[in-house]
Write a protein that binds this ligand. Structure first.
Ligand code: C2O
Length: 556
């Protein structure tokens, strides 16, 4: 194992898409940002310099950070932000993890453009048989003509849903269905008969996505950096925060263009609010017999509509559900599935939108003259002004967090009710979190409140992977549902799509000491408070304690 060192400079760069030029927040001027590629077991050091006038932090999404929570990155949870002109070096080791992860800013809405792939090459050979000709990181994103921080501010002021993105992007490129964008099209050259490993990341802020490649089958082999049983599908559904690695064999006979379209479109469960209902397009480009690339198509010459036929309809919940519930852990002796068979504690929490009365002398356009918030068990999370992890470590009170997160939903709440208005209104604001002893086998059930539901809530845990042992529609029933859990080979993830109008149950052993954020990876929902955190206390052994903070940890 080696030590891999990277230098990241957070800086503005002028970028043009859709004929619209604007300053874009980047790392090292790149959009998407630089790829971090390391090997399992490596130590990683990323020296981050903040060259902008506002705060920043970076998060290594899915890296477990065993005992090194100081390097996790979410602002005011594990660290105070890196201020203008300051530098902070994130140091961690990649232990017993392999596959596709990613990194992103973890403050404000900076991650819209401050993100990149984080790839961990495995120590052992891949568990799938096909020789891989090439590995291709594919990052889905959103392009916003406006400044995303302005979008966030405006959203909080009006109390309404945020403005929507102007285009979807594949590796930063929208493709020929958008104005002025034929030249900004992602094209992947392929050789006939070869197999490619596509390492797919959804870095978008607010959209769950469908992705497909015309005429080609995608075989899922890994999600969130854990191997799965191979699952062949015509398309994938991927929420913000999730990663999905698929095998693609270039097994088709191309026409003279050599092109097959890849398409990326949104998935919503109800079109109640405005959303970006556009489609990003890229291409596989089969090399000809002499191994040359064929010329890229222009929008006017390619019959795009016909090429998009594998992409599910934007409202295809049936497809999304089948996809999510078909994934299984590999669960072999080399890659065992360590799902807790018994639990020490079950936490049931609603995840959903709330309405709050509009402050006097303001006009709110959220719904019914009110403003939106979101919560877990009617607790809307407010990020403290100093980091929870420091307060916990030094046993100080200044961050104001309390460990009294309510572990049950409000009484008499029927999530399938048609008018959940009353129950939904009594939100408390604060930094209420959980605290559990080291080694607790925890089950968390997330119940989507079904209030103005338009999308799944992709709930993400920091510091731990978990097993998705069950999911369903309607109300979670603690007497009935656990009996049907999959405790043999459930998928292991760090982000789960809690179905709109339904629930999802996860289990994991809380064995990583520190303070860990839990939140919806739809950025608008995190901003509105759909978040909490949990402290995992030190265990009795020295190897079960949080390491001391690094010297250069930023101060608030
Ligand atoms: Cu992808 Cu809290 O992060």
């Amino acid at each position: 194992a080696a030590t891999r060192r990277f230098r990241f400079n957070v800086e503005w760069k002028s970028v043009t898409r859709l004929c619209h030029t604007k300053p874009l927040l980047t790392v090292n001027g790149q959009y998407p940002g630089p790829t971090i590629a390391v090997h399992e077991g490596d130590s990683v050091e990323i020296k981050v310099t903040n060259s902008i006038s506002s705060n920043t932090t970076l998060h290594w999404h899915g890296i477990r950070q065993l005992r090194t929570g100081w390097a996790d990155g979410p602002a005011y949870i594990t660290q105070c932000p890196i201020r203008a002109g300051q530098t902070y070096t994130y140091r961690f080791q990649v232990i017993d993890q392999r596959g596709t992860l990613w990194w992103h800013s973890h403050i404000f809405w900076q991650r819209a453009s401050v993100n990149g792939a984080l790839i961990i090459y495995p120590r052992m050979p891949y568990p799938f048989k096909q020789p891989i000709h090439a590995e291709v990181p594919i990052i889905f994103g959103e392009w916003w003509n406006s400044d995303v921080d302005e979008v966030e501010k405006e959203m909080m002021l009006s109390g309404a849903g945020p403005n929507v993105s102007d285009a979807f992007t594949i590796n930063g490129l929208p493709g020929p269905l958008y104005a002025c964008s034929a030249k900004d099209t992602f094209i992947q050259p392929v050789s006939r008969g070869k197999t490619y490993l596509l390492r797919i990341i959804n870095a978008g802020l607010n959209n769950e996505m469908f992705f497909a490649v015309a005429n080609h089958t995608l075989t899922v082999v890994e999600v969130d950096a854990t191997y799965t049983k191979p699952y062949a599908t015509r398309a994938i559904m991927i929420t913000p925060g999730q990663t999905t690695s698929v095998l693609l064999t270039a097994d088709q006979i191309p026409d003279s263009s050599g092109m097959f379209a890849m398409s990326l479109g949104p998935y919503v469960t109800a079109p109640i609010f405005p959303f970006d209902n556009s489609t990003a397009v890229g291409f596989l480009n089969y090399k000809n017999k002499r191994g040359e690339k064929m010329s890229p198509p222009l929008s006017s010459t390619v019959p795009l509509g016909a090429l998009l036929h594998n992409l599910p309809d934007v409202l295809d919940t049936q497809f999304a559900t089948r996809f999510c519930t078909s994934l299984r852990s590999l669960a072999t002796s080399k890659y065992p599935c360590n799902v807790p068979q018994t639990i020490d504690r079950r936490v049931v929490s609603t995840v959903g939108l709330q309405l709050q009365d509009c402050p006097a002398n303001r006009t709110c356009t959220g719904y019914d003259g009110k403003r939106f918030f979101s919560s877990m068990n009617n607790q809307s999370f407010i990020r403290p002004s100093t980091a929870i992890l420091q307060s916990y470590y030094y046993n100080r009170k200044e961050s104001g967090y309390t460990t009294d997160f309510s572990e049950k939903p409000p009484a008499d709440f029927d999530f399938t009710g048609v008018d959940p208005f009353k129950e939904n209104m009594n939100t408390v604001f604060g930094s209420k979190i959980l605290s559990v002893p080291h080694g607790t086998n925890l089950e968390m059930v997330f119940q989507n409140t079904n209030f103005l539901h338009v999308e799944n809530h992709p709930i993400h845990l920091h510091g731990h992977n978990f097993f998705v042992v069950g999911q369903g529609f309607g109300n979670f029933d603690a007497k009935k549902h656990p009996k049907a859990y999959n405790l043999v080979d459930p998928p292991e993830r760090n982000t789960v799509a809690v179905p709109s109008g339904g629930w999802a149950a996860i289990r994991f052993k809380a064995d990583n000491p520190g303070a860990w954020f839990i939140h919806c990876h739809l950025e608008e929902h995190t901003t509105w408070g759909l978040a909490t955190a949990f402290i995992v206390q030190n265990g009795p052994l020295p190897s079960q304690s949080l390491l001391p903070p690094p010297r250069d940890l930023p101060k608030c």
